[in-house]
Write a protein of this length. Sequence first.
Length: 173
Amino acid sequence: MFVRRESKADVPAIHDVHAAAFAGAASPGQIPVEAGLVDDLRACDAWIPELSLVAVGRDGAVVGHVVCTRATVGTTPALGLGPLGVLPAFQRQGVGHALMHAVLGAADALGEPLVVLLGHTDYYPLFGFRPAEEYGITPPVPGWRSHFQARTLTAYEPGMRGEFTYAKPFRDL
C-alpha cells in the first residue's frame, strides 16, 4: 500500500470507496451521505487539495481515502477531518491508520494548528485525539460532545477556543 495525494483520475474511485465503506449505515438502495459529501467538499472553497489523500494497493487501485477541509474555531482557521473511508475488503489491515498518520503529518507540515472530528472514541485517541472540550472547543451540535474530538499540531496556540464550524457541505447535511 502507498499513500499519496488524490489525482483527478481518482475521483470516481474515491466516491466508490466511501459508498462501500459506509454502505452499512445507509438505507437500503441509497448511496451513503459520505460519498456525496466528499464530492460536495471538493466543489467548495474549503477544499485543500494537499489534504485529500488516497491509499492505493499493489495494483494501483484506490482502497482508502481521507480528507481534511478548512473549518474554524471561533474565527481562527482550523481543519475538519472526514470522512475517512476504506474499502471493506481492506479494513482492519492498517489502511485507515496509514491514512490518518499521513493526513496529520501533511496538515502539520502545512502549518495547520488543529484537526477536529466527530468520531469513535476508541479509535481516534490512537492518533492523539482528545475530547475537544478539553481545549475549550465546542461542537456545533451540543449532542455531539461525547464524540467530538481534537488533535493539536505544532502550530497550535492555547488561545484557540470557541465554537467549531465545519465547511458548508457538512452544515448542509
